[in-house]
Ligand binder design. Structure first.
Ligand code: FAD
Length: 307
């Protein structure tokens, strides 16, 4: 197995959908926008350390509001202008009018950012609170897919939820809405992180059975901090497996041992998903490079750049 790398022509960035049509799985990293100068330094250290692995693409999450939105945009711009990486911008519909969303998407196009992950987003403050659409905005991510697609030659991704979205009443309803979102024009999807490979297979099979051929890239998050991942898993409605929790709690006082378990578990999950035909792996890095680098090395061999 080799892992895919982009061929970016100056002035015409690669579309992630084209990379996904290649023979090798894609391999991508997700970062979040820094809030402080120290956070900025940590992020850029991770970006530079991971750049040498030649990932297929990298992405920056879109902040819930305020300064971290500005930081999302400036970081995505800087990746496009100052690195050899292919950036994907996350965009959410939260607190944006349609006109603001068009401006934002236009801004990304002018900086050479062609790949966009179109999301509805969660309410700022309390992610589990009531979601209220902007009076001149959008209600669902499917509408944002249509907006971005109509704005230019963009390659558009959407979010997928192998265990179901926490707001959905049940898995079938969630998957039906996901399929509708794909039909609205999505080129690919990236999942929320999860721990059981069978959840991804179930979603992939249901989508294929509906006649929809949108590649679904699994999102994988290496556990490096037990409390943090348990809280995130709870917020997004993920099943945190009890055997993994037991293994982690047994070494909870030893951060290196926790990290080692996290790397081992994420490596096993990524390998199984690739064996099951996953089109790539999207790593949630939390702006740290070392765990992701180790997993990438475990998955080996060293990727071969496509010409
Ligand atoms: P939607 O697809 O609109 O779905 C939202 C809910 O509405 C779901 O329950 C869905 O089933 C339901 N629904 C959809 N269509 C309909 C319909 N027609 N009728 C009734 N119900 C419907 N959040 C951020 O704030 N910033 C980020 O950068 C970010 N990045 C993410 C990256 C990934 C890979 C993933 C998986 C999630 C990310 N999120 C991010 C979180 C995401 O914004 C939330 O999970 C949000 O609650 C759902 O977004 P969505 O795009 O899936 O919304």
């Amino acid at each position: 197995m080799t892992l895919g790398t982009p061929s970016v022509m100056p002035g015409h960035p690669a579309a992630i959908s084209d990379l996904l049509r290649g023979t090798d799985p894609t391999f991508s990293f997700e970062f979040f926008p820094p809030k402080t100068e120290r956070g900025e330094r940590v992020l850029w250290q991770a970006i530079r350390e991971l750049e040498s692995l030649q990932p297929s693409f990298v992405s920056i999450t879109y902040g819930a509001g305020g300064s971290n939105r500005t930081s999302t945009v400036s970081t995505t711009d800087a990746i496009a202008a100052e690195t050899t990486l292919l950036p994907m911008a996350h965009v959410t519909a939260v607190n944006h009018s349609v006109a603001e969303l068009r401006n934002l998407v236009g801004h990304f196009a002018s900086g050479g950012v062609r790949n966009i992950l179109a999301l509805r987003g969660d309410p700022p403050g309390d992610p589990q609170g009531e979601w209220v659409a902007h009076p001149d905005g959008l209600r669902y991510a499917a509408e944002l897919v249509e907006l971005v697609k109509s704005a230019g030659d963009f390659c558009v991704g959407v979010a997928a939820f192998p265990e179901k979205h926490p707001r959905s009443p049940d898995w079938d309803t969630c998957t039906r809405h996901f399929i509708d979102k794909c039909r609205a024009g999505a080129d690919f999807a990236i999942t929320q992180f999860f721990f059981d490979w069978r959840d991804w297979v179930r979603l992939r099979d249901a989508v294929e059975a509906a006649g929809v051929n949108v590649p679904i890239i699994p999102g994988v998050m290496p556990v490096t901090n037990v409390k943090q991942i348990e809280k995130m898993a709870q917020l997004q409605g993920s099943e945190f497996p009890s055997d993994l929790a037991d293994r982690l709690h047994a070494v909870a006082d030893d951060p290196e041992a926790v990290r080692a378990v996290g790397v081992e578990v994420a490596t096993e999950l990524a390998r199984k998903l690739l064996d099951e035909g996953a089109p790539g792996i999207h790593f949630v890095t939390l702006n740290k490079s070392s765990a992701t680098r180790e997993i990438w090395q475990n998955l080996g061999p060293v990727p071969v750049a496509r010409s």
